[in-house]
Ligand binder design. Structure first.
Ligand SMILES: [Zn+2]
Length: 820
């Protein structure tokens, strides 16, 4: 199917506007197909003209334009041409559609825990025509009146309030104007909890087998929802417009969540069934606040075309962290932003695929998918923090309110947003926008012992970015100075720098977007100094400097491991603990260290985890993170055997299935879990999570035959869902010798692009990332992947996944040749 181009969208929006969408779905036709009737009322500005409708159906039963039948066979490549339009038109299409297994369109899956089926609609980014006929582009918004027929035992939810009008018949109240990609219907025997706040009815929903988790976590999620509503109403000065606010936890969801107005969908592993650390609850709270911010940025005002994606994502990211840090118990949420989100964004900046925050070309809808990355989210949010520092918070909020009010229920773009900001600021933001929004790249900043602060833009992306930031110094944990300034030249001299401080730290408040180069003295001091620093934001910047230093090749991985083994066991923030450990186990050890040094490094991390575990208060977040890292890294067979059998388990993890799977996966990697063992653990956990973990464990076994089985499942079993493919791919590369795995680099480039025949782009991009031969750190892998990226059969999404993973592999190769 061709992807809609920007030019086609522009022409269509000039010609037509949609007044009303009526959609009737029949979800009671078995597990493969559903019925769909769409009745579209639209006007045409040039009567007699022609346009096309988007429709991806299994079969099309009836098409009628203004009462005249059209032959369904004229639908080609997902498009139906409509000719001889009147000023006012009605087109009606009745079709049979297919449920999906890849999380795009109307996804249907069976819960293994009880055999119940669940359906949810995820129409982002261009999957709406897989559910109903429509003009699928973000600036043809219309009110939706949706009705649904479903099995009688099912509950139906959607953007409008759902009312059961007869057994198995549901009507959803007509919505405000929505972009096509925001429409959703969730149906199945969902269970619910309800609340209300400030006149807004609230509901949270999940699969029936997750009722206990829903009831356990519901109160905390309602609390964050209410706090965020109050915060956004104060900040935006525009009321939430979409009626009831439902949050639905759905199975096998590709992203974290989706901001469907009034009916947000979330990946349901976020309804933690076992122990959850504060960081995990913080992340979920941020996701809740992020989707709520979209009700204004995205839903009320939608970007005109996908090239202004940042108007959705950068804002939602910025607003969410602002909301959680100010209005919820997670006052320190920017720490997690620094070590998790910004690290993701910096990696995206270092890749050749980096792009400006705003105005990245999206010549067609599918190419925009590539920009849902760390640039659009983490950099965009950081840049908005810089804008607040530049013009002041009061002006920023006033500009936001003006922008929302003047574009509500319509669309906006960069120039209109900047105009609103300039109006309140009183002067031009053109230079600021050019440097921060319209130029790619991240500066490196360094502070030397003479107090000279240096800013270096990447050669490929020259820029003149003004940074509002703090620099600070630390000795023995005490902050010995801190200076706030604007770095608006390649070099400035900073007042108040104490040259004998043990650690000099540029960007100590983590306010700006820049990679930090520590001076040699500071780096050498980190093993003894880092954990003593009281301010978690400053520690986050130090940890980040060490990690990005390794990735950029400026820090020897051996030095980074010295910092980790000395300071990590004493880290007090569980977000910093878990993120640093993940970077070491998932990237530094397997990629940056040659095989003969990797085992030793992993053993040192396991020792550090044991030290932290022994030191932590039993049952605390620190103990929990340390136990998980220990379970993932230890080679102590006795401990693994005891834990998997339910003996001597850490406090709080006594009946924790997810922890048990971490243990079993480690055993699988070490060759200590055969099929009988895995099946036995699976028999104790018949949930969807259990089934996925079982697949990951099977793929994690190191034997050649195990790997061959797993690869065949990934590359050839068309029945595998998106989540099953992810589980298999992540298990696959987690074990085995480089010698045994080397042939799969060639298999990757041969097999993975073909999955596009049966896996949607959204899901496939993730599979292409997880299945990438990241452990074969050899020049031959680079050659193989480069050759594949030129092939015409490789889709833009897969090419982008390949490019990003290749960039990481090349970082590892460069580091090895420098430091090994
Ligand atoms: Zn978002």
């Amino acid at each position: 199917m061709p992807s809609l181009t920007r030019d086609e969208a522009r022409q269509r929006a000039q010609l037509i506007s949609v007044q009303r969408m009526e959609v009737d779905l029949d979800l009671d036709r078995g597990s493969e197909h559903f019925g769909s009737t769409a009745r579209i009322t639209f006007s045409c500005s040039a009567p007699g003209g022609s346009t096309f409708l988007d429709l991806h159906a299994v079969s099309c039963e009836r098409i009628e334009l203004n009462g005249i039948r059209i032959d369904p066979d004229t639908v080609t490549e997902g498009r139906l041409t409509l000719t001889d339009l009147a000023a006012d038109n009605v087109v009606e299409v009745t079709a049979t559609m297919a449920y999906s297994r890849d999380g795009q369109g109307l996804h249907r899956s069976t819960d293994p825990a009880d055999g119940e089926d669940y359906v949810y609609g995820h129409l982002f980014l261009d999957a709406a025509p897989k559910v109903f006929a429509c003009f699928d582009q973000p600036d043809l918004k219309a009110p939706y009146a949706v009705s649904v027929r479903a099995p009688q035992a099912w509950v139906v939810l959607g953007n409008g309030r759902a009312t059961r009008t007869a057994p198995g018949r549901w009507e959803l109240s007509e919505t405000l104007p929505l972009a096509t990609y925001f429409v959703t219907v969730c149906a199945g025997p969902y269970v619910s909890v309800h609340d209300e706040h400030d006149g807004i009815p609230l509901g949270i929903h999940a699969r029936r087998s997750l009722q206990r988790e829903l009831e356990l976590h519901g109160p905390q999620m309602f609390e964050v929802t209410k706090q965020s509503f109050d915060h956004y109403h104060r900040t935006f000065d525009v009321r939430y417009p979409f009626g009831d606010y439902d949050q639905v936890f759905v199975p096998e969801f590709n992203a974290g969540a989706m901001e469907n107005p009034g009916c947000v969908t979330f990946r349901d592993p976020m309804l933690f069934r076992g122990a959850a650390t504060r960081e995990q609850v913080l992340q979920r709270s941020n996701t809740i606040a992020h989707e709520m911010a979209h009700m204004w940025f995205g839903d009320l005002v939608t970007m005109r075309w996908w090239d202004d994606l940042w108007l959705n994502e950068s804002f939602a990211e910025f607003m969410a962290y602002t909301a959680t840090s100010r209005a919820t118990e997670f006052t320190d949420s920017w720490v997690e932003f620094g070590i998790s989100r910004k690290q993701w964004g910096y990696a995206a900046e270092r890749a050749p695929s980096t792009h400006p925050v705003a105005g990245s070309p999206a010549p067609d809808a599918q190419s925009a998918l590539a920009n849902f990355d760390g640039i659009s989210y983490a950099k965009g949010a950081s840049v908005l923090r810089q804008l607040v520092a530049h013009i002041g918070e009061e002006a920023f909020n006033a500009g936001v309110t003006a922008y929302l009010r003047s574009h509500e229920h319509g669309n906006g773009e960069l120039s209109e947003f900047l105009a609103a900001m300039e109006e309140v600021h009183g002067s031009s933001l053109a230079d600021w926008s050019a440097a921060w929004l319209e130029t790619a790249g991240v500066d490196a900043i360094a502070l030397d012992r003479d107090g000279i602060l240096t800013r270096t833009a990447p050669q490929e992306h020259p820029a003149d970015r003004p940074h509002a930031l703090d620099v600070a110094g630390f000795t023995g944990g005490a902050e010995v100075f801190r200076t706030s300034l604007t770095l608006d030249a390649p070099q400035v001299s900073v007042d108040g720098v104490q040259r004998d401080a043990a650690v000099l730290l540029p960007n100590a408040g983590d306010l700006t977007w820049a990679q930090v180069d520590l001076d040699a003295e500071s780096l050498a001091a980190l093993p003894r100094e880092l954990a003593q620093v009281q301010d978690p934001v400053a520690r986050s910047v130090m940890w980040g400097a060490v990690l990005t230093g390794v990735f950029r090749g400026t820090v020897d991985p051996a030095v980074a491991l010295d910092v980790v083994t000395a300071a990590w066991p004493h880290e007090r923030d569980d977000a910093l603990m878990s993120r640093v450990a993940l970077a070491v186990t998932d990237r530094i050890v397997p990629q940056f260290l040659p095989a003969d040094r990797a085992a030793d490094a992993k053993a040192r991390l396991a020792e550090a985890a044991l030290a932290a575990f022994d030191d932590a208060e039993p049952g605390s977040d620190r103990a929990l993170v340390a136990a998980r890292v220990l379970a993932a890294t230890t080679t102590d067979e006795q401990r693994l055997e005891a834990w998997v059998s339910g003996r001597d388990l850490p406090q709080g993890l006594e009946h924790d299935s997810d922890f048990r799977w971490i243990v079993l996966q480690t055993m699988a990697r070490l060759g200590l879990a055969d099929e009988r063992r895995i099946a036995a653990v699976e028999a104790d956990d018949t949930t969807l999570s259990g089934r996925l973990s079982g697949l990951a464990a099977r793929a994690a076994r190191p034997g050649i035959q195990d790997k061959e089985w797993a690869w065949a499942q990934i590359s050839g079993n068309r029945e595998r869902s998106n989540y099953e493919l992810n589980a298999l791919a992540s298990g696959f590369w987690s074990s085995g010798s480089v010698e045994d795995l080397r042939p799969y680099a060639a298999r990757y480039v041969a097999d993975i692009p073909r999955l596009t025949e049966w896996v949607g782009a959204d899901a496939l991009d993730r599979v292409a990332t997880l299945a990438f031969p990241s452990r074969i750190v050899e020049p031959e892998t680079v050659d193989l992947v480069r050759a594949a990226m030129d092939r015409p059969d490789v889709t833009s999404g897969v090419r982008r996944s390949m490019a990003d993973e290749l960039s990481k592999l090349e970082e590892a190769l460069a580091s090895r040749s420098r430091w090994s």
